[in-house]
Each structure stands twice: as structure tokens, then as C-alpha cells.
Design a protein around this ligand. Structure first.
Ligand SMILES: *Cc1c(COP(=O)(O)O)cnc(C)c1O
Length: 397
């Protein structure tokens, strides 16, 4: 058996250094627990940025993958496959939308939403092609492509990548008045995360989403919710927009949609919007592949059958109440919704993260000062209690 050290050294030697991973190697994993090559166990409290809402290797998802592996894995969209229609129907049912368009990664789904909005703006709203504008929020995270980093306000995400894609306007996250003022006759869409994940689990002021939706409706502007990280029960609702009764024009979905096994992403919207796509105008070789569709279909069935939103809400409330009991003057705030929780510190949180890992709890600081806790939704109360004991030990002074 190779040691963690050897494995990490090889990874650093041959891989570009676009990540700075914590020094833990996953050898095997089950549920919320991972095991390293030395046989030590850790709680996974990051869950691959919420792609692992079902936990590692949920038995029914593994079985769905195995069953589909024995049938057919890839067809491309040049042909039909026997799973995709069922998957589409299920995702339409969950989102309440007419149509979906499958891709693979979250960034591809965001790109698809931007393309849908620009085309809709030109074909339906009548904005001159090339003049379409899309409004974005400060501190957003929507992915890593050139167009998407063109929307970013994070210098690390942008530096050296110019020239950028034009047509984006930034407003302050949480400020609906700024949204109103930013809209003009060429505005086609507003894209927003209902809770900002990468920015540090930032919950916007209550009413922001609802007010933004109203402003969009008044001005014939599409409201696009990027629920790639918040979607599929993470926050205690199937979609985080539900907290304000907001039904977006376009849902952008990914991460947990693939059940933690395979990259599956999509946008969902009604015919008047997704109908702008005609054959040859957009696509993806792997998008809608039967392996991804089979796993994802099973994942959506489990979400509903086991009432994941309720599980996340109840366990999240319990978990957050325990975190709030911790006495440490360095903690500025414990915030979040459901099992999407951020603990913000006065200063850099990396030393706390290091100690958490030494004590068997995997987490990562985001934007220096906030530690995000987002365990798999099937985590048991015993596991929460055990993890809380360890977290308390590290956080208490
Ligand atoms: C992770 C994330 C994305 C990008 O997804 P990838 O699969 O990494 O491309 C987009 N939007 C949000 C809100 C995300 O959290």
C-alpha cells in the first residue's frame, strides 16, 4: 500500500497547481466517512461542495450505475437513449418547468443559461443581437470558463485571463435597488445564487430574491437562479429560492444532480425560453448520456422518497444550534440554512481547519475567514454529535 505522502507528492509533481488541497488522501469512502491509505477515518463535512448530498457511494445510486453499465453508457445526442426521457420528465416534475437541457458540469449549465438568455433577448424580447446585457452580483461564483470569469469580481479568478466577455454588469449582492437601476432596454437577464456558496455561505437580506424577481418581471428580464450548490435539498428546501416563494425563469443545476457519481448538470425553464434552441445551436457530446441519466434519475427519486429537504432542515437546525453554543470570541457569526452552514472568524480560519483535520473532521475555509460545513444529508444524529464534539474541542478556547 502506498502512503498518503507518496500519493500527494506524485499528484503535485505531475499535476498543474490550480488547487491547494488539504493534506488528506481519500482511499475509500462510505456515507459521511472517508478512509485514508493509512486506515484513518474522517468525517467529510465538505461533501465535494455539495455534489455529495447523498453521501459517498449511496448503495442505490451505485446499483443504478452498475445496472446501467451493463446496458449502454453513451449514445451522444445524435441518437435517442431509453433513460433520458424519463430523467427529463422527472427533472421537469421537480422544477415545475416545461423543459430541460442536459449538460455535464455546473459551468456548462451556467453557460447554457447565459446563451438561452441572450438568444431569448434577441428572438423574443427584441434586443439587437450583440447588445444583450446580463446583470450579475458581486462576490458571485458561477464557474471557471472565460465568459463566467468575465462575470466574476474575484481578482484570483480573473487575473491574466483577459480579454473578457462583454455584456455583464455587476450589482451589490443583496441590493435590489441597484438591480433596478442597472436595468435598461438591453437587459435580458439577472443571474443570482440564492445563497452565495463560495463567497462564504452568504445569506442575502430577507426579501432580496422576491424583490429582485418582481423587478425582473416588471422589466421583462429573465431571473436565473444558479442553484448548482444550493439545489436538491442542501438548504432544507428542494431549491433555496423556495424560502422566498421565488420561482425563477431558469434553474441552473449541477453538483448533487449527478448523485456524487458522475457529472450531470442542466438548465430547466419553460417553452417560451428553452424553445429558442434549435438543432445545431447548442449541445454537448456527453450531455444527457444514459449512465448519468440513470444515476441522476435514481438520485431524484431518493430525494423525494426520503424527503431530503425535511432531513436537511431538521438536521441543519440541530447542527447549527450546537455550533452556536460554542464559546469563542474569534467567531463572528454562525449562519446558513439547512445543512449549508458557514462559521465566520475574525481572522484567517486556516489554522482552525488544520486542527479540525487533525481531529478527524474534514472542512475547508472559503475566502479565508469562513469555514463551510455541508455534510451529506443522510448524516445520522450520532455522527453529528460525534463531529460536534470534535469541532467544539477545536473551536473552544
Ligand atoms: C460549483 C458551482 C458552479 C460550477 O460548477 P462546476 O461543476 O464546478 O463547473 C456554478 N455555480 C455554483 C453556484 C457553484 O457552486
Amino acid at each position: 500500500m502506498r502512503s498518503s505522502k507518496e500519493i500527494m507528492e506524485k499528484t503535485e509533481k505531475f499535476g498543474a497547481h490550480n488547487y491547494h488541497p488539504k493534506e488528506i488522501v481519500f482511499e475509500t469512502a462510505e456515507g459521511v466517512v472517508i478512509t485514508n491509505p493509512e486506515g484513518e477515518k474522517f468525517y467529510d463535512m465538505l461533501s465535494s461542495y455539495s455534489a455529495l448530498n447523498f453521501g459517498h457511494r449511496h448503495p442505490e445510486l451505485v446499483q443504478a450505475a452498475k445496472d446501467q453499465l451493463d446496458k449502454v453508457t453513451l449514445t451522444s445526442r445524435a441518437f435517442y437513449n431509453s433513460v433520458l426521457g424519463d430523467w427529463m420528465e422527472k427533472l421537469c416534475e421537480l422544477t415545475g418547468k416545461d423543459m430541460v437541457l442536459p449538460m455535464n458540469t455546473g459551468a456548462e449549465a451556467v453557460e447554457t443559461a447565459l446563451k438561452a438568455a441572450r438568444k431569448w433577448g434577441n428572438f423574443v424580447k427584441g434586443v439587437e443581437d450583440g447588445k444583450q446585457e446580463i446583470i450579475v452580483c458581486s462576490s458571485n461564483f458561477h464557474g471557471r470558463t472565460i465568459a463566467i470569469v468575465s462575470m466574476s469580481t474575484d481578482p484570483d479568478a480573473r487575473k491574466g485571463y483577459g480579454p473578457f466577455t462583454p455584456g455583464f454588469k455587476v450589482i451589490e449582492y443583496g441590493n435590489a435597488d441597484e438591480l433596478k437601476n442597472a436595468i435598461n432596454e438591453n437587459t435580458v437577464a439577472f443571474i443570482v445564487e440564492p445563497i452565495q456558496g463560495e463567497a462564504g455561505v452568504i445569506v442575502p437580506p430577507e426579501g432580496f430574491l422576491k424583490k429582485s424577481l418582481e423587478i425582473c418581471k416588471e422589466n421583462n428580464v429573465l431571473f436565473i437562479a444558479d442553484e448548482v450548490q444550493t439545489g436538491f435539498a442542501r438548504t432544507g428546501r428542494m431549491f433555496a429560492c423556495e424560502y422566498e416563494g421565488v420561482i425563477p425563469d431558469i434553474y441552473v443545476l449541477g453538483k448533487a444532480l449527478g448523485g456524487g457519481i458522475i457529472a450531470v448538470s442542466a438548465i430547466a425553464g419553460n417553452k417560451d425560453i428553452l424553445g429558442v434552441f434549435k438543432p445545431g445551436t447548442h449541445g454537448s457530446t456527453f450531455g444527457g448520456n444514459p449512465l448519468g441519466a440513470a444515476v441522476s434519475l435514481k438520485a431524484m427519486e431518493i430525494l423525494v422518497r426520503d424527503n431530503y429537504p425535511k432531513m436537511a432542515e431538521e438536521k441543519g437546525n440541530y447542527f447549527m444550534s450546537k455550533l452556536k453554543e460554542i464559546n469563542n470570541d474569534d467567531i463572528v457569526e454562525v449562519r446558513g440554512k439547512g445543512l449549508f452552514v458557514g462559521v465566520e472568524f475574525k481572522e484567517n480560519a486556516a489554522p482552525y481547519v488544520k486542527k479540525l483535520i487533525e481531529n478527524g473532521v474534514l472542512a475547508k475555509e472559503t475566502h479565508d475567514k469562513t469555514i463551510r460545513f455541508a455534510p451529506a444529508i443522510p448524516i445520522t444524529y450520532e455522527e453529528i454529535d460525534d463531529a460536534i464534539e470534535k469541532i467544539k474541542k477545536v473551536f473552544s478556547k
